[in-house]
Design a binder for this molecule. Sequence first.
Ligand code: NAP
Length: 556
Amino acid sequence: MSAVHPVSGNCHAASAGAYDVVVVGAGFAGMYMLHRLRGQGGSVRVYEQGGDVGGTWYWNRYPGARCDVESMQYSYSFSEELQQEWNWSERYAPQPEILKYANHVADRFDLRSDIQLNTRVDRAVFDEATRLWSVTTSDGKNVTAKYVVLATGCLSNARMPDIKGLPDFKGKVYHTGRWPHEPVDFTGLRVGVIGTGSSGIQSVPIIAEQASQLTVFQRTPNFSIPARNALLTAEEREAYRAKYPEIRRFAREEARNGIYTEMPDRGALDDGDNVRRSKYQARWERGGLTFMSVYNNLGVDKAANDTAADFVRDKIAEIVRDPETAKRLQPNNHPIGSKRICIDTDYFATFNRPNVALVDIRTNPIEEITANAVRTKAGDYEVDALVLATGFDAMTGSVAKIDIRGRDGQTLNQKWAEGPKTYLGLMSAGFPNLFIITGPGSPSVLSNMIVSIEQHVDWITGCIVYMRAHGLDTMEAKPNAEDKWVAHVNEVAQTTLYPQANSWYMGANIPGKPQIFMPYIGGVGVYRQICNDVASKGYEGFAMTAAEPAQQCAAS
Ligand code: NAP
């Protein structure tokens, strides 16, 4: 006999292989989604392709990997006990510590029993007749769910570069986003690193300490600010904790990027040269992402932006002794901040080491990889090991790997062929009851991800509870609401300098990917208010259908 589930109202919830909610991914988003839904009593199954929880922090184990948002802020806020009790050891926690935290959360909130590891979701098909999703997993099983939540992460689909000859290379090849779990020792080896984004910039100084020779192949130089990482003292942690109510409130409601910091009240050109320089200097010394918050117009006014970019270029010239190398390391083809700004420890100084060389592959392109070398137009660079720090198919890549079919058999990949289309980054029209956490069209990667994750999970939970309370069966974005939102996301992006860079925000790093600015740049606080307003107006812009009588539970 079937029973009406207290949350979903579904009859199928009681039978094996039938869940109220299937969550794809057990990173920070998937784990919190499970925790929140558990609180409502629903049946939830989480599938995770990795061998453990932690998402991006499970995979990205490259040397030097650490978060670029301070750990006291890059942490869950939903549990007061958790945030008071967990002791972050450093200002920016290293990857192993963040992974330990993820594991602690899984254990502390008893999440593991509903998480199936080493299992990919390959397919999700919406059945119009039953209004359920049929979900196929990599272990060959099929389950049904009323709701599917994609907690697949924005930077989880590591991108192997299309470089001729790569499979013929005889040494070891590592991708930063799929680093082995066993220790990698480069001692005495000649190593080549391809890519100088955040992952390359974090790993280069550490690899340089081990390798006999390190050659860095750079296509685009990046702006990077010193992390000024340090151990946290007990007093610093206590001071933070005492201020948590205000820090968390500010991050959620006021900050554009979900990070607690001072809000600038003037533009860069409102100050004279000396004052401006001293302000940049103070932030440079403080270190970290908030360098871009010195002034309120660095993201929108090119002349203002140039002042910050010049400051960083001057710093590179000061740090790097060889003037030619310094020049090659100075970014000149995009405004500062229009590509994700990098945070480093001794990156530029590493090029002063005698065992480190920089190759500019923009002017001297890689032609192929041979058995033992990177062959450029100007000649061969012999290497024993290769590190590919070449990034991700960001924001849509992991979703695209799942065969998702909504109404009328339309696939999500067909629908998104010219760029992702969502309403609020949360749902896509034609795909009922399919939610995306930090999807394209939401602040996501432009924010402290955990702040955005918690907001989306809370909103989705509220939505599911609302549907149950109102006897509703399906919910989906209305096409006109979605079109307006997509237009709004583009419009806001166009008021900024972001579209001026060939960044992964634009899909520009993937050949053939439509070039659309994917995240919503209106700010975390503004976005939260929009989502709350939509909910308070009975989920304006979403179509909801009532459960048909046949869907009501009958004794069987
Ligand atoms: P990324 O920023 O996309 O950088 C990839 C690098 O590889 C770029 O320098 C790119 O050059 C180069 N590249 C790509 N394909 C290439 C090819 N075929 N030949 C030569 N060079 C190639 O990737 P990422 O460094 O992994 O970082 C991605 C994002 O992950 C970051 O922006 C950040 O949001 C996040 N992340 C965060 C942290 C942290 O919290 N500290 C650490 C790592 C990553 P072009 O620029 O010319 O395309």
